[in-house]
Design a protein around this ligand. Structure first.
Ligand code: PMP
Length: 402
């Protein structure tokens, strides 16, 4: 793959020039949220300066501009994952997409004792919504290297399994899950599959049609787009069969006190004034990333992951958690004698932004016998200099706590 022009990419992210604690910023908290390129900042600014109006509801010119841009964003986002536009439901993010499926799809279809088969590395947002919907969550075990125990997963599929839910990439370990195999095996047993694409969307090419996935949820803010916006892709047959979960403007066809009828898909799942700027900003982010190419981004991040893995091995007492053979750019680690929170604070003083804690994966922390980890997570604009700054700061932690 072509190597990226890292300087040119970085120059498009104004925030990367910020100094923090008086130091150069090494932003390595990308699994939490990514920074935004000029193209996205300008799209948001342009929308508010030239086109802002409520969509779908007025005949005036600004409303027309807003609606055209907003629905154009749906086309752009749909094309990015090879989906028809009517199957793209706009949400607030991955969390809302999963909750929508839990409420509108799962809840009406389950009996007491029915199960959702998840994995031991799921984010809380791919566990709790199923529980709220009344399902039992059964988790397939995670192997010592952070891979899914696929054979054990297979054995946990049962007639009680009403849905399979799995992260494309683990936000805590970076493990890339075998979603194509999971979908094939689940479908062979008539079980639908939801893929949590929060960590996958910016780091792996996604083709929902080829995958034949039932539901795919992601967040714009992990994809260099604005916060507060996300997407749920779903198969048309599911969207048609599902009842809306929120009522309000735009999701109806007719309203009467005796009862109301619903708009066509996807609009019946989009109650209320939507995040117009969010959709437009997300589409701008996709345009921007697509021009570089997700595959090129992934290759760059993978090379950096290998460099980071090697460099961190030099730090005495440091242990990386999650060494699966199929892994994306996430480095979770613990250090002898230093609490992750202390690591995070010392790194912050050196200009290195990482995350510490349970990363919304408490069962996974339990599995590895740690209360928390420190986590460095990579994006397209990171380079070896960021890793070097991280490793130098880790040696400082070592000196203070070793
Ligand atoms: N799943 C995974 C794997 C995640 O990493 C995240 C975000 N940390 C989510 C779900 C939830 O995404 P959001 O908070 O954007 O709704």
């Amino acid at each position: 793959p072509a190597t990226l022009d890292l300087q040119a990419i970085r120059a498009q992210f104004p925030i990367l020039a910020e100094r923090v604690r008086g130091k150069r910023l090494a932003y390595l908290d990308n699994a939490a949220t990514t920074q935004k390129p000029e193209a996205v900042l300008q799209a948001l600014d342009h929308y508010y300066r030239t086109s802002n109006a409520n969509v779908h509801r007025a005949v005036h010119e600004l409303a027309e501009r807003a609606t055209t841009a907003y629905e154009g964003a749906r086309d752009r986002i749909a094309a990015f994952i090879e989906a028809p536009r009517e199957q793209i439901v706009f949400t607030r993010g991955t969390t809302e997409g999963i909750n929508l499926v839990a409420r509108s799809f799962l809840q009406p279809r389950i009996q007491p004792g029915d199960e959702v088969l998840v994995t031991g590395m799921e984010h809380h947002s791919d566990i709790v919504p199923w529980q709220l919907a009344g399902a039992r969550t059964v988790a397939a075990p995670v192997l010592d290297d952070g891979s899914l125990d696929f054979d054990a997963w297979l054995k946990l599929l049962s007639p009680r399994t009403k849905l399979v839910a799995v992260a494309q990439i683990s936000n805590s370990l970076g493990t890339i899950n075998p979603i194509a195999d999971i979908i094939r095996e689940a479908h062979a047993r008539g079980i639908p599959v939801l893929v949590d694409g929060a960590q996958g969307i910016a780091h792996l090419p996604v083709d929902v049609k080829a995958l034949d996935v039932d539901f795919y949820a992601f967040s714009s803010h992990k994809l260099y787009g604005p916060t507060g916006f996300g997407v749920l892709y779903a198969k048309r047959e599911h969207l048609e069969a599902m009842e809306p979960w929120q009522g309000g403007g735009d999701m109806i066809r007719t309203v009467a006190f005796e009862g109301s009828t619903w708009n066509e898909v996807p609009y019946k799942f989009e109650a209320g004034t939507p995040d117009m700027a969010g959709a437009i900003g997300c589409a701008a982010a996709i345009d921007w990333l697509d021009a570089i190419g997700v595959e090129a981004a992934a290759a760059h991040e993978h090379a950096l992951l290998e460099y980071g893995t090697q460099r961190m091995a030099e730090v005495p007492g440091l242990r990386i958690i999650g060494t699966a053979p199929h892994k994306a750019g996430i480095l979770s680690f613990v250090m002898d004698g230093a609490h992750p929170q202390d690591i995070g604070s010392i790194l912050d003083m050196e200009g290195v932004a990482i995350r510490t804690g349970h990363h919304c994966t408490m069962p996974l922390m339990e599995r590895f016998g740690v209360p928390a980890t420190a986590r460095a997570s990579l994006a397209i604009y990171n380079g070896e200099d960021d890793i070097d700054q991280l490793v130098a700061a880790l040696h400082k932690v070592r000196r203070l706590f070793g």
